[in-house]
Design a protein around this ligand. Structure first.
Ligand code: NZQ
Ligand code: ZN
Length: 380
């Protein structure tokens, strides 16, 4: 095993922690506050932030949409450059945070911003970012990844750069009070699949990574089974912290990783505007069945240690338990549930995958276009 691990995001967790913003952002900074469609204006978070920034010079950029588009984000890049902004404060879920990461990098790059997503430009510098998390799901608040969509071409792509790792994150679980159930359920599924992408590969004997991954998976199952308590402080605290730990780099350090479910899922969002977590709930079970020979041992380990399963066909029993879990929180697990059929797969999804140069996928790099077809046809 070999890895370098450094997570530089300072986390302020708990109610009332937005006060820390004024201490975290240098007094001399010119701050841009970025947010989405306005939920923060309706639930008091905007007011908390305005108060915390009283002593700072700041302005705002609103309207970053779910699955943020480069078209919208480039408007913020222009604003940052024109006004000499030197600190970005993202207030929202994964979309606002990811969008802010792109803006932070693109503002320090003279070329065409999409080069960052296409891989033509390797990000080495970016403006500093602070985060106020409003939706636990992606882990983006303390990782170095971002996913951005180019609406014009139906492309959804990611980049990874330590330079965009947030400097600090305010994680106050009480902000979840106004989250619609659909987003809470999406959060459970997204966090669960993040762990699967880093755990459901093949055994390497990494006991810290495996053990920690299994704890998070069990916790997420518990949160799902106690979904009726989702308005309690304890449920919200555990949800927010588990989702963060699922993708802060720790459980993936030095172990094989898959991420094919995410890559195929991004194509479905770009084409059909499905929620990120909906795509994962559809692709993961089909992918696990298609890739089962290579994943049997980890699926069996998960069945025993997470779902308390035993007996024959343990790997298949585990996949079924995952499907039951997703559906138990209302996230459906077949493409037909979202009105997408075999013809759509053949005529739209597969050509998009072939076009976007994302293959081969999987921990063994053995998922080619033929296997994507098999996975997607299984998921209809
Ligand atoms: O825009 P507003 O008005 O804020 O409403 C949002 C949005 O409509 C709403 N919302 C957020 N907090 C709320 C709230 N509504 C009421 N009360 C609150 N406290 O929720 C809606 C969805 O928000 P979004 O940010 O899109 O959700 P999520 O956090 O699930 O982020 C999804 C995006 O993150 C990417 C996904 O691909 C997708 O683009 N991901 C980023 C990752 C990363 N950076 O590491 C990893 C993930 O795998 C994922 O790919
Ligand atoms: Zn995800």
């Amino acid at each position: 095993m070999q890895f370098s691990y450094h997570n530089p995001t300072r986390i302020h967790f708990g109610q009332g922690q937005s006060q820390q913003i004024s201490r975290e952002i240098p007094a001399s900074a010119k701050v841009l506050v970025l947010y989405g469609g306005g939920s923060i204006k309706r639930n008091g978070i905007y007011q908390q932030i305005s108060k915390a920034l009283t002593g700072h010079q700041w302005t705002e950029f609103a309207g970053i949409e779910p699955n943020p588009s480069v078209e919208t984000l480039d408007k913020a890049v222009e604003l940052v450059k024109a006004q000499g902004i030197d600190y970005l404060l993202a207030v929202g879920g994964g979309s606002v945070i990811d969008g802010t990461k792109y803006i932070a990098a693109a503002a320090q790059y003279e070329g065409y911003g999409w080069d960052i997503l296409s891989g033509k430009h390797k990000v080495r510098q970016a403006l500093p970012i602070g985060v106020v998390l409003t939706l636990p799901a992606t882990g983006s608040e303390s990782n170095a990844a971002a996913v951005v969509t180019r609406t014009a071409t139906h492309e959804k792509r990611s980049f990874y750069a330590p330079a965009v790792h947030p400097k600090f994150a305010i994680m106050d679980p009480s902000v979840m009070a106004t989250l619609p159930d659909r987003q809470l359920s999406n959060g459970i599924v997204d966090a669960f699949v993040h762990v699967c992408e880093q755990y459901l590969t093949y055994p390497t004997g990494a006991s810290v990574q495996d053990g920690f991954a299994e704890v998070i998976l069990r916790n997420l199952c518990l949160l799902a089974s106690h979904y009726d308590q989702r308005h309690s402080a304890q449920w919200q605290e555990n949800m927010m912290w588990n989702a963060n730990q699922a993708l802060n780099g720790l459980i993936g350090a030095g172990v094989p990783q898959d991420w094919a479910t995410h890559a195929i899922g991004h194509e479905l969002t770009a084409l059909f505007n499905m929620d990120h977590a909906q795509t994962l709930a559809v692709v993961l079970p089909a992918l696990l069945r298609e890739q089962q020979p290579g994943k049997t041992r980890k699926l069996e380990q998960m069945g025993r240690n997470v779902f308390d399963l035993k007996g024959p066909q343990l790997a298949e029993q585990t996949i079924q338990a995952i499907e039951v879990l997703f559906r138990s929180v209302g996230v459906m697990t077949t493409l037909s549930d979202y009105d997408i059929n075999r013809h759509d797969v053949a005529t739209q999804v597969l050509p998009a995958i072939a076009d976007h140069d994302i293959l081969p996928l999987g921990e063994h790099r053995d998922i080619d276009l033929g296997r994507c077809e098999a996975i997607l046809m299984r998921s209809v």
